[in-house]
Design a protein around this ligand. Structure first.
Ligand SMILES: NC(=O)c1ccc[n+]([C@@H]2O[C@H](COP(=O)([O-])OP(=O)(O)OC[C@H]3O[C@@H](n4cnc5c(N)ncnc54)[C@H](O)[C@@H]3O)[C@@H](O)[C@H]2O)c1
Length: 323
């Protein structure tokens, strides 16, 4: 059996090679993200399992495969894989949605704290006061106590529910919108649900943890930003296209909201003229909410687990479906 990796972000795949060799499986790996399609087809033609990170798996690539029976996407999202082509070829797409929920929840909380306590922005006050030889705190005012404030959550799945659980002891109030949460899960978490508009209107911190789909694309736009309190902060660690970046830049300039912290962008990486680079009161991080050394190893173990399941004739734990 042969596993072909089309592209990878690890320094090397020696660990995977050794593990698969113990199982009598051949591993061949490439960095084909920017390679011409003919090279991709050639490299993957005789694979039984294809593991892909960012490379586009197009219908032309799939058409070149002689015996592939499983594609594993290294990560949560799978918009670089043409699902229709895989479905037509009868090949399931396995993805790994559960390796970094802790990290993304931690990042959302870190960004929320950074906004609430003005951690990043107050450095300017320090530098200017240092140059002047005298404190001047005018630019950091106002800061509000976080205890007693309201955290709005859009989406209460793996990551949203972790944010909720981790922050329960912070003395916050919660407004949570998730129209698809099962009654069982809602009871298990012990939460009440509200609609999205109530979250927009009532949140002091609003953090997004929904999937990207036609319902959530631009869920944050001029209309919903105008519903928010002028003292509120927006946090997005989910997917860039959920926020209309132009409208958010305008909201920050006009003071419709107090600030934002954003890890994900509708164009990645965002170009130098991306509107949020020039907006005030914004903390930006480079789509690294998923990352920790622990998560980076966890996904390697989970991909190996999926190959083991495949060898045992078991279905993948998570199979991608068309939105
Ligand atoms: N920044 C990063 O590095 C990073 C890493 C991993 C995941 N993510 C993103 O985080 C987001 C959440 O991931 P997850 O693992 O918690 O997903 P999940 O599927 O476990 O949870 C999503 C929740 O959103 C709810 N939902 C769906 N549509 C909704 C709507 N219109 N309004 C409110 N709630 C809605 C669902 O019912 C579900 O409970 C995803 O967009 C994912 O792509 C980002």
């Amino acid at each position: 059996m042969k596993v072909v990796v089309t592209d990878y972000i690890e320094p090397d795949l020696n660990w995977e090679s050794a593990e698969l060799a113990k199982r009598g499986v051949e591993l061949v790996y490439h960095q084909l993200k920017f390679a011409p399609i003919e090279r991709v087809v050639e490299a993957t033609r005789d694979a039984d399992v294809v593991v892909v990170n960012m490379l586009p798996i197009t219908p032309q690539v799939v058409a070149g495969w002689e015996k592939c029976r499983l594609v594993i996407r290294h990560g949560v999202g799978y918009d670089n894989v043409n699902l229709a082509a895989l479905e037509e070829a009868g090949i399931p797409l396995c993805y790994i949605p559960d390796y970094c929920a802790e990290e993304v929840a931690e990042q959302a909380i870190a960004l929320m704290m950074a906004c609430g306590r003005k951690v990043v922005w107050s450095r300017k006050v320090l530098d200017e006061s240092s140059a002047r030889g005298q404190w001047d705190f005018a630019e950091t005012v106002p800061v509000f106590r976080m205890a007693g404030r309201t955290l709005g959550l859009l989406g209460c799945g793996r990551i949203g529910s972790l944010v909720y659980r981790k922050l329960k002891s912070f003395g916050l109030k919660f407004l949570i919108a998730d129209p698809y949460l099962s009654a069982e899960r809602k009871n298990e978490l012990g939460i009440e649900l509200v609609d999205a508009e109530t979250v927009f209107r009532g949140a002091d911190f609003l953090t997004i943890h929904t999937p990207l789909n036609s319902e959530t694309r631009h869920i944050v736009r001029a209309e919903t930003l105008r519903m928010m309190k002028p003292t509120a902060y927006l946090i997005n660690t989910a997917r860039g296209p959920m926020v209309d970046a132009q409208a958010l830049a305008e909201a920050l300039k006009q003071g419709w909201i107090a600030g934002a912290a954003i890890d994900v962008f509708d164009i990645e990486p965002p170009p130098p003229d991306y509107p949020l680079f020039h907006a005030p009161n914004v903390v930006l991080t480079p789509h690294l909410a998923w990352y920790s050394e622990d998560a980076a190893w966890r996904i390697r173990e989970l991909i190996l687990l999926e190959i083991d399941r495949f060898l045992e004739g078991q279905p993948p734990r998570y199979v991608a479906k068309k939105a």
